[in-house]
Design a protein around this ligand. Structure first.
Ligand SMILES: [Zn+2]
Length: 66
């Protein structure tokens, strides 16, 4: 379930994608992983990335572990 607010997903490489639709986000993440990083990202993995992005959005100020 996605709230009305847009979710912004950022990749370690600096790639950033924003979408209102969960399916569109999943598709963009999987396509990015394949085209740019040459890795296979499953639907579940993409969903996890989106969930993490949502958590980060409500906890600003937390520095990335990198
Ligand atoms: Zn990337």
């Amino acid at each position: 379930v996605i709230p009305d607010t847009k979710t912004v997903v950022r990749c370690d490489c600096g790639y950033q994608v924003t979408a209102n639709d969960e399916a569109a986000l999943v598709d963009a993440i999987r396509r990015h992983a394949r085209d740019v990083h040459g890795t296979v990202c499953s639907y579940e993995e993409a969903l996890t990335v989106i969930l993490r992005a949502d958590l980060d959005a409500v906890r600003p100020g937390a520095p990335p572990s990198a």
